[in-house]
Design a binder for this molecule. Structure first.
Ligand SMILES: [Zn+2]
Length: 135
C-alpha cells in the first residue's frame, strides 16, 4: 500500500462506531428511536427532536448529490496530482446528509441530484474512508 499523505480521521467516542463500520465496509449512521430521524455527523443527541435514544444502523450507501464543490487548488499536499476533485454533500436514501469525495467520474461531469453509491477506500490498515461514485 502506498503511503497515505492525506489527513487521517481522529475518531471521537461519538464517531468511533462510524469508523469501525467503515473498516468493515459498512456505512453506519444514527437513527433516532423516538422520531426515526437519521443524522450525520455522529452526535449523542438526535438532530431532529433532541432525544438521546438512538441506534446505529447500516445505511444502504445509496443516495444522491445534494450539493458539491470542485476544488481547483491544493489546500493540502496529500491532494497533489489529483486536481480537480469533488467534495459533495450526499443525501442518503435514509435521509441523513454526509460529506464525501466523489470518485470514478470526471469532475466536470458531476451534477446535483446525480445518484451515487458508497465505496470503501482502505487507506491504511486502521482507516477506511467511505467515498461515493456514480450509481
Ligand atoms: Zn429524534
Amino acid at each position: 500500500m502506498a503511503e497515505y499523505l492525506k489527513p487521517l480521521p481522529i475518531p471521537s467516542p461519538e464517531s468511533e462506531p462510524f469508523w469501525a463500520g467503515a473498516r468493515d465496509h459498512k456505512l453506519k449512521i444514527q437513527k433516532c428511536r423516538a422520531c426515526a430521524g437519521t443524522w450525520f455527523p455522529p452526535a449523542t443527541i438526535c438532530a431532529h427532536c433532541g432525544s438521546r435514544d438512538h441506534d446505529w444502523i447500516e445505511a444502504t450507501g445509496e443516495g444522491k448529490i445534494h450539493s458539491f464543490v470542485t476544488y481547483h487548488r491544493i489546500y493540502h499536499k496529500g491532494w497533489e496530482g489529483e486536481l480537480p476533485y469533488v467534495i459533495a454533500i450526499i443525501e442518503l436514501a435514509e435521509g441523513a446528509r454526509m460529506l464525501g469525495n466523489i470518485v470514478g467520474i470526471e469532475a466536470e461531469e458531476v451534477v446535483c441530484d446525480m445518484p451515487v453509491a458508497v465505496l470503501f477506500d482502505d487507506v491504511t490498515p486502521e482507516f477506511t474512508i467511505p467515498k461515493f461514485q456514480p450509481a
